[in-house]
Design a protein around this ligand. Structure first.
Ligand code: FAD
Ligand code: UDP
Length: 391
């Protein structure tokens, strides 16, 4: 078989590139996907009880990038979402991320923004340039709130102290002195109205001259394919047969549990409304239990079914060949990744794109933005008759 682009992976990266290159260049594409479905880790599905769940962990779409939103809006309508997250510790639910309501819970009475700001001024550890995830939190809210909500969660999730991780990890979580309890900062926060998988199906349908093979490793398929360029969105250490060592990742185990309408009736006092198991979309467990969070997607999908499904998420050590869900953001792993980036820089007919090929803790919108940028670069190379790798 002859194709212009052999694309490895049918996640946001692979589908964006196939859609753009096949339409803009009239190029032929073959996508090879190891799993049995589209969408990579953003795939969602109806479970055996008919409840829409995010199979590989909760995926909350958000963006401030207009061009990414414009692009994806070609393939989906949006359902506005309020991603409400609580934290559970010391036998109670806490308002989270830290805001004035959380402070009131801490001191056990009502308060004001001024009083909360004065408290923070007193307890925070002033620092000009927070160097790691511990610094970034204690420099804003002090040790007590850090130990309540961040220290244990981070240790459980990464099996590292926050002091051993880049500041960017815990800096993902906003800290506010007003009552705004949105978990995310971005302006646009919504879900694809008919789910992520429908969005991916529509991206694939918009591809021209593109074939897709599921349940296959690209290495098996590549032997019988003659392609001009390879676009790779899998893990970069695996691509190079781990010749510069196995990169550090964190893995996860997801444990779904379904509850019938009758079972949920007994939880009504906890959930605060009929048909739900817990009072918010997501509850974080920084200190108790082996799981980090419990997610109940029915809170944001708008499904009206009687039952509901929750998913407990357990962090796992990564083993070579297992599911690499998170690159680990710190200087040591970046140094290890750099060895692969240096090898990849010498490639002439291979492009690397996506969360694992570029070893970046990227959200979906950042991934789509990077794929659109890579498309433009490939178009230039195509016009010039060359091929250059983009890191
Ligand atoms: P992937 O989705 O990993 O797709 C790569 C694909 O390549 C996979 O399907 C894989 O099977 C395939 N592949 C790999 N190797 C081979 C091979 N050798 N042969 C064939 N196929 C191969 N982002 C947000 O914006 N909001 C969130 O709330 C959010 N939550 C997340 C929660 C979790 C638990 C995780 C893990 C990620 C989350 N993300 C979130 C990030 C989001 O999943 C990624 O940014 C995005 O899905 C990355 O897309 P990708 O195409 O680069 O990679
Ligand atoms: N975090 C924490 N406590 C929380 C929530 C998050 O310490 O209750 C830290 C933790 O290190 C986590 C990081 O902030 O890995 C980013 O959290 P986010 O919810 O954005 O993680 P993701 O959804 O990407 O797993």
């Amino acid at each position: 078989m002859n194709v212009d682009f052999l694309i490895v992976g049918a996640g946001f990266t692979g589908l964006t590139l196939a859609e753009r290159l096949s339409n803009d260049l009239g190029a032929s594409c073959l996508i090879v996907e190891r799993r049995s479905h589209l969408g990579g880790n953003a795939y969602d599905e109806y479970d055996d009880h008919g409840v829409l769940i995010h199979k590989y962990g909760p995926h909350y779409f958000r963006t401030d990038q207009a061009h990414v939103l414009d692009y994806l809006t070609r393939f989906t309508a949006w359902r506005p979402a309020h991603y409400q997250i609580l934290s559970w510790t010391k036998s109670r639910y806490w308002r989270f991320p830290v805001n004035l309501n959380t402070y009131e819970q801490l001191i056990g009475r009502s308060s004001t923004e001024e009083e909360f700001k004065a408290y923070l001024e007193k307890v925070r550890v002033p620092m000009e340039n927070p160097a790691n995830s511990e610094d970034v939190i204690v420099s804003q809210i002090g040790w007590e709130l850090y130990e309540l909500f961040f220290k244990g969660y981070t240790q459980k999730q990464w099996r590292k102290s926050p002091a051993e991780l880049d500041a960017s990890v815990c800096a993902r979580i906003p800290l506010r002195t007003n009552r705004d309890d949105r978990y995310l900062r971005e302006q646009f926060q919504a879900l694809p109205a008919a789910g992520y998988t429908r969005l991916f199906e529509r991206m694939l349908a918009a591809c021209k001259n593109t074939k897709l093979i599921f349940n296959a490793d690209y290495r098996e398929v590549a032997r019988s394919v003659n392609c001009k360029k390879l676009i790779y969105s899998g893990a970069i250490d695996e691509f190079y047969d781990y010749r510069a060592g196995v990169l550090p990742y964190r893995s996860l185990r997801f444990e779904p549990e379904h509850f019938t309408g009758a079972q949920l009736a007994e939880r009504e006092a906890v959930a605060g409304k009929k048909g739900f198991w817990q009072p918010a979309l997501q509850v974080n467990y920084p200190n108790e239990f082996d799981y980090t969070r419990i997610v109940e997607t029915k809170h944001i999908t708008g499904q009206t079914c009687e039952g509901s499904t929750i998913v407990r998420e357990y962090p796992l050590d990564y083993q070579r060949g297992g599911e690499a869900y998170y690159p680990i953001p710190n200087a040591e792993s970046q140094r290890q990744y750099q060895a692969y980036a240096d090898i990849a820089a010498g490639e002439t007919d291979i492009y690397f794109g996506g969360r694992l090929a570029t070893y970046r803790y990227y959200n979906m919108d950042q991934i789509v933005a990077a794929a659109l940028t890579l498309t433009e670069q490939i178009k230039l190379d195509w016009a010039a008759g060359t091929c250059r790798r983009v890191a």
